[in-house]
Design a binder for this molecule. Structure first.
Ligand code: PRP
Length: 211
């Protein structure tokens, strides 16, 4: 058995993904009690995990440092990549939405300013609608942009809707659904085919059981 390195997205997705790996028999005890550590070895298997930011999961997988990665579909849509997207894990479900204050008019004729952390997804969405918008790239706390007049609306991820609610914003348009995906490095899929398909097949049966 060759070692398999798995890159996990730090934060929001961790709590959804760790139970899936446990259910396919991979020990995640170090990961669950991690402190500030970022690299972990599973006890009963030749599997190690690294915990990195969402967009870096794709970078580590694409460069073959990690064989497998778990990343949100949002990241795969926003950042050009050259990895195989193998399974929809069905966890970390959320939506891309256009949101704003109640006075926002989605059908207004003025050129809109849209604040977002996802300029590519945003421009593709409005281009498809035939609408010319100005995109303002923001790194976080996007919800305050329409409140402070930086933008007319935002394009962002909505999971529970709590952040929008607490900032007095409403959803005006739903763009698409998002969930966590298992991605694989292209060369690893050839070189470590058995090990990788062993994980993928087990993961798929756990997902079918869950349905
Ligand atoms: C995301 C997103 C929203 C929030 C939505 O931010 O940008 O702010 O989650 O979640 P909710 O609908 O459950 O309230 P995230 O916390 O991932 O990070 P950020 O602060 O870097 O944007």
């Amino acid at each position: 058995m060759r070692n398999i390195q798995i890159a996990l997205t730090k934060g929001r997705l961790e709590k959804h993904v760790i139970p899936l790996f446990e259910r396919i028999g991979i020990d995640c005890s170090e990961l669950k009690d991690k402190g500030r550590k970022l690299v972990f070895q599973s006890k009963n298997s030749q599997i190690s995990f690294i915990l990195v930011k969402a967009v870096d999961v794709v970078t580590y997988v694409q460069h073959g440092i990690a064989d497998i990665g778990i990343a949100g579909k949002d990241i795969l849509l926003e950042y050009e990549n050259d990895v195989y997207e193998m399974i929809d894990l069905g966890v970390g479900r959320c939506k891309f939405c256009v949101a704003s204050v109640s006075s926002y008019s989605p059908n207004g004729y003025n050129k809109k300013r849209i604040a977002t952390k996802y300029p590519n997804i945003t421009s593709a969405y409005f281009r498809k609608k035939g609408e010319d918008v100005e995109i303002i790239k923001i790194e976080g706390s996007v919800e305050i942009a329409p409140l402070l007049g930086l933008a007319d609306a935002i394009v962002d991820i909505v999971e529970t809707g709590q952040t929008l609610k607490e900032n007095g914003l409403l959803v005006f348009e739903e763009i698409c659904d998002i969930s966590a995906r298992l991605i694989v490095n292209k060369a690893s899929l050839k070189m470590k085919k058995d090990e990788i398909f062993n994980i993928i097949n087990k993961m798929e049966s756990v997902l079918i059981e869950k349905e």
